[in-house]
Design a protein around this ligand. Structure first.
Ligand SMILES: [Zn+2]
Length: 117
């Protein structure tokens, strides 16, 4: 079966943009990277996240990754992205980042039934 496409492409773009902001913030704060730059590790992490997101079987129904029952990340990337969110999540919320707020609300909704593969 062909993978389910995001029927709302903007949701995909929003989610990826949010992850990217978080990775950048964490890289700057924790890895000492210059503003607007990513270290090799964070560049690889972001590439990995983009690839997972593109293959997400939920498509537009995608829950937040924390609520997702599938857990498609490898353990290493999963730990890294969790650390990134712990660091960057509260900081984005403090800045009034709308996408981060939306993500928080979305997170409370939990996951829809798992799609058939
Ligand atoms: Zn980094």
């Amino acid at each position: 079966m062909a993978k389910q496409q995001f029927n709302d492409l903007s949701q995909f773009a929003d989610e990826l943009a949010l992850v990217e902001r978080m990775v950048r913030l964490a890289c700057e704060g924790e890895h000492g990277s210059a503003k607007g730059e990513l270290c090799g590790e964070c560049t690889a992490l972001l590439d990995y996240v983009r690839a997972r997101l593109e293959r997400c079987p939920y498509g537009a129904e995608k829950p937040t990754c924390r609520q997702c029952p599938i857990h498609c990340y490898r353990p290493t990337e999963r730990d890294r992205i969790k650390a990134v969110m712990r660091y960057a999540g509260p900081r984005l919320l403090l800045r009034g980042d709308l996408a981060a707020l939306k993500h928080l609300v979305h997170d409370r909704k939990g996951a829809p039934p798992r799609p058939k593969e």
